[in-house]
Design a protein around this ligand. Structure first.
Ligand code: SF4
Length: 228
């Protein structure tokens, strides 16, 4: 099934085989990465730009309800606004925080679809994430039956160890600073494996293969830097 868009001639949702025009994208050996991810049970989509990634996500979710994981990628794409404009029922704790709705995480993780990003994706086909609350990672494998993660090329890491280091040295310090957490990384941008009450690194997950609970786990790999 092809997604109707400008580049349909290059791209097929079930068979993302590419012409030479896309061979440079995302990483130096994109075809091998796609094949590895497909072997791990993931459904791979290719976007040449942020706009295209958003369009693919909107096409995938159709008219269904959507829960949004916390994500600077989704925020940068204006995903909440795009879904609302599309008429979807959308649950987002970034818009309705738990202080306003104590069941917001439950609603997000009970929707028809779950949209988020991944902190890292590895060349050997794994998704690495670290959460503070745990709702976001739970939404990837124990929430909605349909999951789509929009992933920019800046999230690429060689393996799980490199992905973990990427999160600890780049992602978590930036998030701690953004969220005004009282952690050492928020001050100097470096992980100290702290014991702070405000520590945001509390749940670490590696998704090796599509989780059994999830019907389809879509990866929208985007040839652009998205989030951090
Ligand atoms: S363990 Fe602590 S210092 Fe390290 S990244 Fe997480 S919150 Fe920051």
């Amino acid at each position: 099934m092809q997604i109707a868009r400008e580049m349909t001639t290059w791209y097929d949702r079930e068979n993302p085989t590419f012409t030479g025009r896309l061979s440079y994208m995302f990483c130096s050996d994109y075809d091998t990465l796609v094949q590895t991810l497909q072997k791990h049970g993931f459904t791979v989509h290719t976007a040449a730009s942020a706009e295209e990634a958003r369009a693919i996500a909107l096409t995938l979710v159709g008219t269904h309800s959507v829960g949004l994981g916390g994500s600077m990628t989704l925020a940068g794409l204006g995903m909440y606004e795009a879904l609302c404009a599309n008429g979807n029922v959308v649950f987002s704790h970034s818009v309705t925080p738990p202080a306003e709705d104590p069941y917001i995480f439950t609603k997000e993780n009970s929707a028809d679809w779950y949209l988020a990003s991944s902190n890292a994706i590895t060349l050997d086909g794994k998704l690495v994430n670290i959460d503070g609350t745990g709702n976001r990672v739970a939404g990837m494998f124990a929430g909605p039956k349909q999951v789509a993660l929009i992933i920019g090329k800046n999230k690429l890491a060689e393996d799980v160890s490199a992905g973990y280091q990427r999160i600890k040295q780049v992602v978590a310090p930036k998030n701690a600073k953004r969220l005004n957490r009282k952690t050492p990384c928020a001050v100097d941008g470096t992980c100290h494996d702290c014991n702070a009450a405000d520590r945001i690194c509390r749940v670490t997950t590696v998704i090796d293969y599509k989780p059994g609970w999830v019907k389809e786990l879509h990866l929208i790999l985007t040839d652009a830097e998205l989030g951090y």
